[in-house]
Design a protein around this ligand. Sequence first.
Ligand code: MTE
Ligand code: GUN
Ligand code: MOS
Length: 765
Amino acid sequence: MKNIDSRSHVRGESIYVDDIPVREGTLYGAVFGAPHAHGRITALDTAKAANATNVFRVLTAADIPGENQIGGIIPDEPLLAADAFHFQGQPIAIVLAESEEAARAALSLIHLEFEPLPVITDPRQARAQGELIQPPRTFKLGDVDSAWTNCTHIFEGRAESGGQEHLYIEAQGAYAYLTEQGGLQIFSSTQGPTAVQRTTTRVLAIGMHQIEVDVTRLGGGFGGKEDQATPWAVMAGLGALCTRRPVKIVLHRLDDMRMTGKRHPYSSDFKIGLDGDFKILAYEVTFHQDAGAAADLSPAVMERTLFHCTNSYFVPNVRATAYSCRTHLPPNTAFRGFGGPQGMFVIEAAICKAAEALGVKPAQIQKRNLLEEGDAFPYGQTTSGCRALASWNQLERSQGTAELEAGIAAFNETNRFIKKGLAFQPICFGISFTKTHMNQASALVHIYTDGTVGISTGAVEMGQGVNTKMLQVAAELFSIEPSRIKMETTNTTRVANTSPTAASSSADLNGKALEKACHCLRDRLCHTAAGILGHGRADRIQLREEKVFDGDMETDLSWAKLVEGAYFQRVSLSQQAHYATPGLHFDTETEKGEPFAYHVYGTAALVAVVDVIRGTYHFETVRLVHDFGRSMNKTIDLGQVEGGLVQGIGWMTMEELLYNEEGRLLSNALSTYKVPDIYAVPEEIAVEFLETEGSPLALLKSKAVGEPPLMYGLGAYFALRDAIRAWRDTADLPLAAPMTPERVLMALHGPHPVKPVPEESPAIA
Ligand code: MTE
Ligand code: GUN
Ligand code: MOS
């Protein structure tokens, strides 16, 4: 089944926040952000801006009726900075005007005086100064300290990975207006409608019951709207409350890039020990997460870094410690993989370093250490349905990686100035929110008297196809045509207390709730049919669109007729249901438990081609075997794999986020921040489905697919490094991503070690 949004997307008919027809009297908001990264506010004068043409009002922290606080995990972030600011672009005031242009024009009339304070942009420096978001956490397995003596080879090093701009096509935005009796309606481009509702309650001091948050769909989220869609929605709500007029705030792309947080950069130290057979015996790692200026989701992201610090390898002795470091950058946030990719990059870097020093290919070490059935992760859970080796072997067998490797070796022999490199990239990603309580969802199904169906769940459609999957569930359980079913908007009044659509879990969680609701309705309808047919044996009834079956006999009851009959018999045609993933638990004292419903596995092989003279490169082929379980929608799942892969390649190669020492974003536009376009996509992406049993905790045994494929992109870094090694020794080359063409050129021809981050880059004001 095709994505149900594809037609309206292609025709430009899909509705996003900025497409909602505005009500008469709508005001447009523009946000005034801090001009410096750290300072104490000594004076703020908004009078001139407020008096400007077509400006209706300017709001500051003083206008907030409730708590000036938006921090979720840790209450450390004001909606509007009042006494001090902690990153460039931190919201301080909101101009509300009759047009967006008028609002933006008045921003320059706001007068701010401040005393500049020292700026930290380096997480290690933050740690040294005791600037931590929370105390560090350590995951342990075995006994690392005594394991080193058994190691034949020990390597130490540092690995750095950069941030990543989400670049959802739809920028952050919200539209809010008052309804009657103190009610507030908010349309938000958010992954977390309940988070918007909860925070609005806090800031505006009105009950959650008064706030209705509605989400049609997002033009992409990628984690950037899990937590950071909230402030703009709360600001729109605040504006509506203060002016009693509808308020729309949609960020300009440059403001979005400047003011919102991104994937967390990490700077990490590792030590890895192997025996004579390249078995990894011990691994020690210290992560420095650049949290930015406030906690946001950083503690949860950091936790997932620890969960995934050994990727798909079994390591008997591990000690992994993570520091969440407070700097003066915009608070970094969720981004596809949620800290997992950063954790996995370091062990891949460690293996690469060991391989380069030992003069072997990393694949030799990787394959030797893959997880097997029953192996323990550092957090105590053991593998079940492990597909690490199975996916690797299938890749070798059916994707011809041996010939690929031989071909590359031969190519490099005969080509002096073009070099090819190969990397294998296994992945293992845990499915579930790491916070156990978040693994719940609800659904609400209405069958209307004409036999059509409306479905609401807590899941937000952001391009990943969750609505299509929900629709498939209902169509299958009711045995009716998809055209009878409508996916409703995600709405906090219809489905309450939702977890954000995140952690790749939304299809599983919401789909299971929906399954439950549909089962209830199906049972009721089967009973009704059995009653109508006069025998009362509901178990004999099979629902069908055209003719309901009684055993193997066709009846003259159609679905629509049965529904109508049920209505006249006063049988409820609506059902709500709730689902919570069974069996999950985690103890943060011992750092052990069963945090994940299941794991997703897979292995990719990536081939990079480097132009040695220019430092430019492309990816000739990516072949991968991915564990989809029993994919319920291969078109959508394939799209997720391809999109995730390319996004991961972008992070590892061309996407270079640069802040200067004053905490100013230099890569602040698409002229200076490069994302993969059609030309950067690998020439070939061959995806093979590793058909497995799936997991009973996966929706229809179709495994979660949203985030895991991004981590195949890690291999892009190592494939480039392999190509560079065909030209020159890389032993002293720092393990730092992204591997931009500039870095590749320096790696090929510059002195080693190459400085990991250039000082300045040209920027657009
Ligand atoms: N795919 C598209 N097209 N757009 C997105 O914003 N977000 C990703 C992934 N795939 C995203 C996407 C992220 S970060 C997550 S967590 C999952 O989708 C969320 O959706 P799911 O739980 O339905 O997989
Ligand atoms: N995104 C990916 N994983 C997670 C998670 O564990 N928690 C949250 N909140 N978001 C995620
Ligand atoms: Mo995805 S980072 O869990 O929104």
